[in-house]
Structures are given as C-alpha cells and as structure tokens.
Design a binder for this molecule. Structure first.
Ligand SMILES: Nc1ncnc2c1ncn2[C@@H]1O[C@H](COP(=O)(O)OP(=O)(O)OP(=O)(O)O)[C@@H](O)[C@H]1O
Length: 254
C-alpha cells in the first residue's frame, strides 16, 4: 500500500510549551488507521495542524504526493482531506439539510456570484448539491430529522451530521476525532458500520478513539502517540503487547 498522508518531524507548541515534538506518521492509502495514546498526547492537536486549523512550527505534511504543509482548511477540503470534530461544529440553527448543503464541494466562491445573478449554471449546481445532500442523508439514515435544527438533535445524531458534513466533501481521507464518544452502544455500532462501509468503498480513515475494543475491531495499523511523539505502530495486538505503550498509559517515563 502506498502512503496517502505522510507527516514528518511535525512540531507545534502553545505559549512556549511544546505539544507536538516531531511527529512522524504515515497513513497507507485505503487503510483504517487507529490513532491512540493517553490524554494530552497531542492527537487532536495533530489533527488540528494536519487539517490546517493550526499552523505547524516545523515539519511537513504530504497528501497524495503533494506538499500541503500549512495550507488552510478550505484548500485541504478541496483536495478531499477532511476532519471531524469531537463536538459538532458549524451553524447549529440551520437544519440538517441546510447544514449539509453548506459543506458541499466548491460551494463557496464559484457559486456565490453566479447564485446572485441566478444563472442556469448556479441552479444546476444547487440541484446537484441537494442530490448529494440527500444521498448523504439517506446513507446515514437522517431522513427523519432532515428539517430539524442541528442544535435540537441528540448527541448521537449530531455525531452523524458531523460525519455527513465530512462526506459532503467526497473525502479521500477522513480524520475522525472520537466520532463515537458519548454515544449509546447501538448508535456506536451504527456509526462503526458506516465507517467500515466507507473504508470498503476506498475512503482512507484515521480514527482517534479511546475505546480499545473498537480500535481492536476496526483498525489496522494502530499508531500510538505519547508526549507529542509517535511511540510505536503495528497491529493492535503488537502495540497492545508493547511495554512502552503500557508505560505511557500508566504515566511512567519511557
Ligand atoms: N489551543 C491550545 N492552547 C493551549 N494549549 C493547547 C491548545 N490545544 C491543545 N493544547 C494542549 O496540548 C496538549 C495536547 O492536547 P490534545 O488535545 O492534542 O491531546 P489529545 O491526545 O487529543 O488528548 P485527549 O485524548 O484527551 O483528547 C494538552 O496539554 C492541551 O492542553
């Protein structure tokens, strides 16, 4: 498998405190990669830097053979690299449908001016986008809440909308930050099923998750981070039997 995303020597600090200390990670194309590590290891910060939310202090990110270091989120979404957040972002008062429409590929810029003058092209684009939003809604079984404001949804439904938002970008790689956290067991299974199906269709997935049962079941390879660095990588059984991983979780120095 070739690597779709390569992160090398990535560093980032806040207020002089170093959080990422030279992270090296490669995510194989088509894989369902797990990213684990104790609280504060830097996993979410790594996603924030890779997805363009924070600028790195140093290091490089390559996506599909292109240097994408420090590109803004919109530029990465256009390249079909997207991420989800632990807490759903966006515009909570919009309905589920409006919310998804907002995140369609190349929605901004191109269509805004033409939408104002009501061109035929803009209408076709709008129709295509609505079609796509409906496909996402049906896929994630959000039909029953399509007109509800996102703010009124249950925690689990918000997680589904967050995944839907990512799907609107027709992603090649999705960085998922705890998409099942705080979700009831049956919805957790449902979300896991959606992710497995997407992965089978060729979408590369990188999942941050604290539930080791899910990581074991879904992910290969598993990458372990600790103290802002990559500690090890391998199959779940390999990393789970690594002394250094146990030590990192127990808080001892390695
Ligand atoms: N914007 C920020 N300003 C200051 N400190 C930050 C910022 N973002 C992250 N940090 C710090 O960076 C460290 C790593 O946090 P991060 O959320 O990346 O860890 P994590 O591995 O995702 O942890 P968890 O599993 O608990 O979500 C923490 O000490 C956190 O307080």
């Amino acid at each position: 498998m070739t690597d779709l995303l390569t992160i090398s020597g990535l560093t980032r600090g806040f207020y002089g405190v170093s959080v990422l200390n030279g992270v090296d990670i490669a995510i194989p194309e088509g894989s369902f990669t797990g990213l684990i590590g104790p609280n504060g290891a830097g996993k979410s910060t790594l996603f924030n830097v890779v997805s363009g939310l924070y600028r790195p202090d140093g290091g490089a990110v390559t996506f599909a053979g292109e240097d994408v270091t420090a590109l803004p989120p919109e530029a990465l979404v256009r390249r079909r690299l997207v991420r989800t957040f632990q807490l759903a972002r966006g515009f909570p008062k919009l309905s589920v449908f409006q919310h998804l429409m907002l995140y369609g590929r190349e929605q901004a810029g191109e269509s805004l001016v033409s939408a104002l003058i009501g061109s035929h092209k803009a209408r076709l684009r709008e129709e295509a986008l609505a079609e796509q939003a409906w496909a996402v809604i049906r896929r994630l079984k959000l039909d029953g809440v399509v007109d509800n404001p996102v703010v009124a949804l249950s925690g689990g439904q918000k997680k589904l909308v967050e995944i839907g938002r990512a799907l609107m970008a027709e992603p090649r790689l999705i960085l998922l930050d705890e998409p099942m956290a705080g979700v009831n067991p049956s919805l957790t299974e449902e979300i896991a099923g959606h992710l497995v199906a997407l992965n089978r269709e060729g979408v590369t997935i990188c999942l941050i998750e604290h539930d080791m049962g899910l990581i074991r079941r879904l992910c290969d390879p598993v990458i372990v981070m600790a103290e802002g660095r990559t500690l090890t990588r391998g199959s779940f059984d390999e990393v789970a039997s690594d002394e250094r991983v146990l030590e990192a979780y127990l808080g001892r120095r390695h």
